[in-house]
Design a protein around this ligand. Structure first.
Ligand code: ADP
Length: 459
């Protein structure tokens, strides 16, 4: 690469519109949650857009979007497009059918149109690599919806058919190549002309579910912009990503779990000193039906509640970080096999706990962020069984109400009016005092981390 004089090119096209500029961080967090729970890793990620116009694309592209009834960006598009438009390398993770193709195509068009037209025998400007020819053809088809009105040429290069025709097509010139890596490597070998072509002007390099791509990427200018999209991001791909991407941002859609619809959720606004009686009332209702976990926030509270429950003739155990591993294992065992059916626990200790006959979760202490709420409620309603989750929240804990409301809404549960009212009043007060409402949680993806098995179960 040192021997080649690459023409400079522009990568950063993104200009944030005023409507987005004035969104507060809380509004952005909330909007990301609405967009099927987008999580973002890496510094400097732009805010997600709401409309096509906001991504700063040309009139021709807007018309094509309209023509094909692409009304507004899908979640992955809303977040990935401004990020790629700002010139950054990116890893995009979203399930099949979520619109990943357009998420990289629109920024790619912007790139190509910013560069001078190709001369005879030059090109391409962009390479899209995919593992299968079906995917290559599908992407080519999507690409043609736009490339035609934009006057760009796409060539699809894949194995299994004659190589000569594909070479001929390339020779006629193309701004965009969609390829499977195997055939592309064959071409690089078979035709030194083409190798030069690839070396020349490629700036954007898009990889879909990347497999054996290093050999192609090595031929592309080092200051390229590279993005990877996939439905999942297995460990094996991380190493590859590190080699071919530079300071990538990561945008994931749907990584955030929601409470499963088999869990009936109740939230009770209550005074601190009325909680215990209410708990007994709830236990009276459910205890015959299955096992119960009561969540508290601290070890001391677990032990205190354990004592009170024993006094009230409820045999029970407690599980928290202060208990040594050996005892914890035996407590979990007793709980799983039904020897004891009532447990007081802290969130961390009950992480990953999967007990089929668990019918009820009571959040005796209010969870203080979204993930924790979902994690706790997710202990019940497992394997298709019905479950119940009760959450106590005091007026003093109003700052946690926002996350709980969000969790109820995202799982399709109704929000109790008194909770809504409590939160509404709080928001107004904060506003009147000129304070911004700090979400306690890691909407940003901090907070509670699921381990892998738990994640799989939660989904
Ligand atoms: P993925 O690559 O994530 O599997 P695709 O990019 O193939 O998904 O998109 C899936 C389907 O959704 C395609 O038929 C595509 O035309 C359509 N689609 C993509 N973006 C939008 C949008 N913003 N609005 C409506 N339909 C869309």
């Amino acid at each position: 690469h040192q021997k080649i004089q690459y023409e400079p090119y522009r990568k950063n096209f993104y200009v944030e519109v005023p409507e987005l500029a004035k969104m507060t961080q809380e509004e952005v967090n909330e909007y990301r949650l609405e967009l099927e729970g987008i999580t973002v890793k890496g510094k400097g990620c732009p805010k997600p857009i709401r409309t096509w116009v906001q991504c700063g694309t040309s009139m021709k592209v807007l018309n094509a979007l309209k023509k094909h009834n692409y009304e507004k960006p899908t979640p992955i598009q809303a977040q990935a497009i401004p990020a790629i438009m700002s010139g950054r390398d990116l890893i995009g993770i979203a399930k099949t059918g979520s619109g990943k193709t357009i998420a990289f195509l629109l920024p790619m068009f912007r790139h190509i149109l910013d560069q001078r037209p190709l001369e005879e025998g030059e090109g391409p400007n962009a390479v899209i690599m995919t593992p299968t020819r079906e995917l290559a053809l599908q992407i080519t088809k999507e690409c043609k919806k736009f490339s035609k009105p934009l006057g760009l040429r796409v060539v699809c290069v894949y194995g299994g058919t004659g190589i000569s025709e594909q070479i001929a097509e390339l020779k006629r010139g193309a701004e965009i190549i969609v390829c499977t890596p195997g055939r592309m490597i064959d071409m690089l070998g078979a035709n030194s002309e083409k190798k030069r072509v690839i070396e020349a002007l490629v700036s954007t390099c898009v990889l879909v579910r990347a497999a054996q791509v290093m050999r192609i990427v090595e031929n592309v200018r080092p200051d390229r912009q590279t993005v990877m999209f996939s439905a999942t991001f297995p460990r094996a791909m991380e190493a590859l990503a590190r080699r071919i991407l530079s300071k990538p941002m990561e945008v994931q859609v749907g990584g955030r779990s929601v409470v499963c619809s088999d869990v009936e959720q109740h939230v009770i606004v209550i005074e601190e000193d009325k909680k215990f009686l209410k708990l007994l009332e709830i236990l009276g209702h459910y205890q015959e039906k299955g096992s119960v976990i009561i969540f508290v926030d601290k070890q001391e509270h677990a032990d205190a509640l354990l004592k009170d429950l024993m006094k009230a003739s409820y045999p029970c155990m407690s599980l928290h970080g202060g208990i040594d591993q050996y005892d914890r294992d035996s407590i979990i065992n007793d709980f799983k096999n039904g020897a004891c059916r009532l447990m007081v626990a802290t969130s961390v200790a009950a992480r990953g706990l999967d007990v089929k006959q668990l019918i009820l979760v009571v959040n005796y202490s209010c969870p203080n962020h979204y993930e924790d709420y979902v994690h706790r409620a997710g202990r019940t309603g497992r394997a298709g069984n019905k479950g119940y989750a009760y959450t106590f929240i005091t007026e003093e804990q109003v700052r946690y109400a926002g996350d709980i409301i969000k969790a109820l809404e995202l799982s399709g549960s109704s929000v109790p009016p008194e909770l809504e009212q409590l939160w509404g009043t709080f928001k107004e007060q904060q506003k009147a005092e000129g304070k911004s409402i700090k979400s306690s949680s890691g909407f940003s993806g901090k907070g509670f981390k699921f381990d892998e098995t738990e994640h799989a179960l939660a989904n």
